[in-house]
Design a protein around this ligand. Sequence first.
Ligand SMILES: Nc1ncnc2c1ncn2[C@@H]1O[C@H](COP(=O)(O)OP(=O)(O)OP(=O)(O)O)[C@@H](O)[C@H]1O
Length: 238
Amino acid sequence: MSTDLVVSDLVAGYGDAQVLHGVSFTVREGEVCAILGPNGAGKTTLLRALSGMVKARGTITLGGAALTGRPPDAVARLGVAHVPEGRGTFMPLTVEENLRLGAYVRRGPSVEEDLERVHQYFPVLKKRLKQAAGSLSGGEQQMLALGRALMLRPRLLLLDEPSLGLAPLVTRELFRIVRTINEEERTTVVVVEQNAHLALGIAQQAHVLETGRIVLSGTAAQIQADEQVAQSYLGYRV
Ligand SMILES: Nc1ncnc2c1ncn2[C@@H]1O[C@H](COP(=O)(O)OP(=O)(O)OP(=O)(O)O)[C@@H](O)[C@H]1O
């Protein structure tokens, strides 16, 4: 069955404050979709709504299964892994404990296999299995957060600002690994990222969100060539 993500007329916010005002888009199975936009546009809220962390109206379906209205653990069980801004790793726990936690919603004999798979993507984590997550470098922590998400065997991976606070070299390596994961596992990816160059470099399509509405959509190449986007998010004129 197709695992297309279909988001339709999504409305979400916090208490009385509505942040998303009817967001609609589709991501085809196995594609990478970049969400760009200024601070406060609602990008993080969009990812939270997709993973059930923020209540939303409208409809979200993944491979035909409705995600809307389900709590985060039920959404995770349907194959959605969310790597939040700030990574969400458990600092006092070891790298291995963090990784095993990633598989908590789908216990089974394959956990050891999945650990091996994560080690292949992130050899540095294998060397640090018994180390507390809090003692890792920022880049290693982001790798751990991604590795933990992979332990879920996600069909849909939601990444919120993976480059935040990381050196350019580390960020490029992370994006290279995300692209490899996407290609090898056919995992659909929605990535929110301030570094539009990097995000558009791995995405097939992109949307620009402003004050809770999509104001521009297109292929990554179209968005990259848009003068307004170039000035606002890419730092140059087309
Ligand atoms: N937990 C919360 N409670 C109340 N309001 C919130 C909460 N989180 C975010 N907001 C508000 O929702 C709006 C959108 O925030 P959001 O974090 O989704 O934007 P963003 O596009 O991800 O911004 P940034 O790029 O700065 O991370 C902002 O006005 C923000 O203040």
